[in-house]
Structure formats: C-alpha cells, structure tokens
Design a protein. Structure first.
Length: 488
C-alpha cells in the first residue's frame, strides 16, 4: 500500500528502525558503542513543551540487546523472522547493512504536538553514515539538519525548522521537572522509553472524543500530569511498564483478600479487580454519553436490573478465572458484597434474562450445600448463588465445589508461583495472570471443535512462553502497572 503525501518518508524510516532493531537482536548487523539507556540523550535538545518523546536503544552491543538476543534464541521461528524482514527490505532495495549505518546507537523521536503525529515528529540520531540515513527516505524526500552533534530528520523542512527554532530556546525537556520525575520511575536500562505530556495528551483525547460526539466524556476525570512507559528485556522475559501521575483521580486497585485465597489451583487465566470509586465515575460517564439514556433503559428492561444494581456487583473486590474442564472450560466469577441477598437477586435476574433470550429455562439445584439458580442454555448451564459475603456465577458445579472446598488453591499452584517469581512481583499486586501453555491447549481444543488445526510450528514457538503477569499499584494520584511475559 502506498502512503500518500509526506507521510511516506517518516513511515519508511520508522519501519526501517523497527527492522534494524529486530535484525540486531537476532544477531545480524552491527551497532555503535553507546546505549540509549545511557546519559547521552536528545531530550537535552528537545524543547520542554514537547508533547511526547521516545528513546530507542539501537546498540546491539548493549546489555539490553544482548539480553533480548538470549531470549529470542529460545524460539525456533527466529531465523524465519530474520529472513522475512531481510526479504521485505530487499523488495524496497534496502539492505540490512544499510540500516546499520543509517542509525546510530540511539534513536530519539520528539513530537512537537499531537494533533497530527506524522506531520509534527522529528527524529534524532548519530549515524555512522549520514548518507545511509538520507537514503532510507525514498525519492530524496525528507529534511535533514545538524543540531549540536545530532542528525535531525523530519518529513519536511518546515517541521525541521520548527524543531530547530524550538530547540534554540533555554527551556529543555531534559530539565523539565515533570519529565525528570516521570523518567525516574522507569528502569535505568530499557530497549525503549517513552514519555507523554499529560496535559497535552488529555487535550488531544478530548479533541478526538469531540469528533465522536463525546467531548464531555473526560470531564471530571482528573488531570493527567505525565505518562511514561518502558519496554525492557530481563533474564526471564520481557516487561512493559507504565507510570502515570496526575491530580483529581480516584484510582483504587483491589487488595488481595479472601476471594483470591479461595481460587482453586490449575487456572488457565485469572483476573482480580474492583471498580471502587470508579463505579460512580463510570455511572456518570454512561449516563452523560449522548444517546445512552435510551440504550440504558432498554438494557434495564431486558435484564430486569438497574445500572446501579449491576455496578454494585463489581464495586467491591471480584475475581474471574478460567480452568480446564472435560467439554468446555470452567468460567467462574466471584464478587464480594455487603448485601449477599441483594446481590443474589441481581444475579438471578440476569440469569433469567439470559435464559429467556437464548430460549432456555431456569430452575434450582443444590451444589456444595448451597441452593443455586441454574440457567439452562442448551448444552451449557450457568449457576448462580451467594454465601457469606460473596456472590458466585459459574459454568460448572464442580467449580463451586472446588471454590468452597479445602483442596489445592491458586496460591499453592507451582506454575503460578514460578510465574510470579519470574516476574519478581508479590501475589497481592497481581491483576491478571495467563498460563500461556494452558491457554494454547485450550485454543487447540476449540480449533478442533471448529474442525481446524493449528500448525505445528505455532506450538514450537509457544512452548518457550511461560505466563503473562499483569500487576499494578496505586498511591494517591500515581499509578504504576507492569505487563510481564515470561520466557522459559
């Protein structure tokens, strides 16, 4: 597909950057001696008013790229990936060695604003061969200039001149307190680091929302100060970390409690959450969205429950998990409540609505000493009940029995413990856990039921993967989150 106008050169360049770093990680080509994780950064040139900034470590001799190469060696598809990238480059008359010369040990991207990212981004690097960098821009398009030892490049001269003029000022991004505080939250060494000015990002989100008739959706949601992220290679996997800071937010993450302690062992996936104070914000946002009133009324009439009753189910701590089962996987939802009778009534109404819509029926059944409502949906049933301070919905009677029983629990599951150890996190920080191997087994079973078959090479490249572990912490107006993919 051809990219029209001035968007093509920058996209060609960024695509080349991605290809170069993948090839470097696979052990093809060379690099410089300086890491983007080090002190030499184009943030010292960028204006403090920059809307966003990204720094890429393109030095394959750095610790981060050596670590990534070690991880990639565990995948049989690495060689095929390199061949595919080299062929794609050859189709564009570009060789891998050309990219090595075109990019220096670090590549920095600075967004002057966010209204049209393609037209307002400037790249900076210290190439081994500046002509090779120029050649990446096809047909001689693009603008280049020298800025304090860095080669700056942009789609057009006007954008480059704008950056050079902004960079001549005294206020630099590297000296900005907001930028410094955000970057201090990231690891010292990373493959990629990114920063966004929270105020300017929020303004752009509001502008985009207005285009969809939802300009007020972000009103009253607090003010974002900064957003920072980093992609890092570690001994046991890859981590994508985030840190956000602002004012007026009411972020509340669930703390590990009795619900997590009761989850049975052997889960394929597990999620732990709770709306908390966000329930009120979500209610106001839904009710304030144009045209939402009629849709909410229709939903409430169909489901037999109000929006408030539905949100109440998820306001406190809740867990959702999937486990293997003979025919279909077991899916169980457990929510904590301060009014079990009311929560049970809400669940019963929802199960009744599902049964009516699917042409099924409802009844009662005794499971694990509890009277449960059963919604029969053809070959599948949903079961709902409540006990103590919790309400449960599950697809399996055995799931309810294991939840209440004294058998093995998630906290004692060795695969789960190994995943948390690899990620270096505590159990009470976990928001999401996925056992990749077990998830693949489930995908195979579903494919077989559909009459399809997953290629053997997919299995070979899934085997090195361990688990996905998502964690999060919140402290007043700061939130940190991490997505870790372990590699065995």
């Amino acid at each position: 597909m051809n990219v029209p106008g001035t968007m093509r050169p920058m996209r060609t360049l960024l695509g080349g950057l991605v290809a170069a770093t993948v090839l470097a990680a696979a052990g093809c080509g060379g690099g410089g001696s300086e890491s983007a994780a080090g002190g030499d950064s184009a943030a010292s040139l960028a204006p403090a008013s920059a809307a966003a900034y990204v720094s890429v470590d393109a030095d394959r001799d750095s610790g981060q790229w050596n670590q990534l190469e070690s991880l990639l060696e565990r995948f049989p598809a690495r060689a095929k990936l390199v061949d595919a990238i080299e062929q794609a480059l050859a189709d564009e008359n570009v060789q891998a060695e050309d990219l090595d010369r075109a990019f220096g040990p670090t590549v920095e991207l600075v967004w002057l604003d966010l209204e049209d990212s393609g037209a307002h981004v400037v790249g900076l690097t210290k190439p081994d061969d500046e002509q090779a960098l120029r050649d990446v821009f096809r047909d001689g398009e693009g603008a280049f200039g020298e800025v304090e030892g860095w080669t700056a490049f942009a789609e057009d001269q006007a954008t480059l001149d704008r950056f050079i003029q902004a960079a001549s000022g005294d206020e630099k991004l590297a000296d900005d307190d907001r930028f410094q505080a955000a970057m201090d939250e990231l690891p010292d060494e990373s493959l990629v680091k990114a920063y966004a000015n929270g105020e300017r990002l929020t303004q752009e989100l509001r502008r985009v929302a207005s285009g969809f008739g939802a300009g007020g959706a972000l009103d009253g949601q607090g003010t974002l100060d900064s957003l920072a992220a980093a992609l890092s290679a570690e001994d046991d996997g890859i981590r994508l970390g985030f840190h956000a800071k602002g004012e007026g937010f009411e972020v509340q993450l669930p703390t590990s409690g009795d619900l997590v302690d009761d989850v049975p062992e052997g889960v394929i996936a597990f999620a732990h959450a709770g709306l908390g104070a966000q329930a009120d914000a979500l209610r106001e946002q839904l009710q304030g969205t144009p045209g939402a009133g009629q849709s909410l009324d229709q939903f409430e009439q169909m489901a037999g429950v109000s929006l408030d009753e539905l949100l109440a189910l998820f306001q406190d701590e809740f867990v959702l998990y999937v486990r293997p089962a003979p025919l279909i996987p077991e899916v169980t939802l457990v929510a904590k409540t301060d009014d079990a009778d009311k929560a049970r009534a809400t669940v019963d109404s929802l199960l009744g609505a599902v049964a009516r819509l699917s042409g099924g029926s409802t009844g009662t059944r005794t499971i694990a000493g509890l009277t449960a409502t059963e919604a029969k949906l053809g070959p599948v049933s949903l079961f709902g009940t409540a006990y103590d301070d919790r309400v449960v919905v599950t697809t399996s009677p055995g799931g309810l029995e294991d939840l209440r029983g004294n058998g093995g629990k998630l906290g004692d599951d060795q695969r789960y413990r190994d995943a948390l150890d690899a990620a270096g996190v505590e159990e009470d920080e976990v928001l999401l856990y996925v056992d990749v191997d077990e998830a693949y087994v489930l995908a195979e079973q579903l494919a077989q039921l559909a009459g399809d078959e997953i290629p053997a090479e997919v299995r070979e490249n899934v085997e090195p993967l361990g688990a996905v572990v998502v964690t999060g912490t919140a402290d007043e107006n700061e939130v940190s989150a991490s997505v870790f993919l372990s590699v065995d």
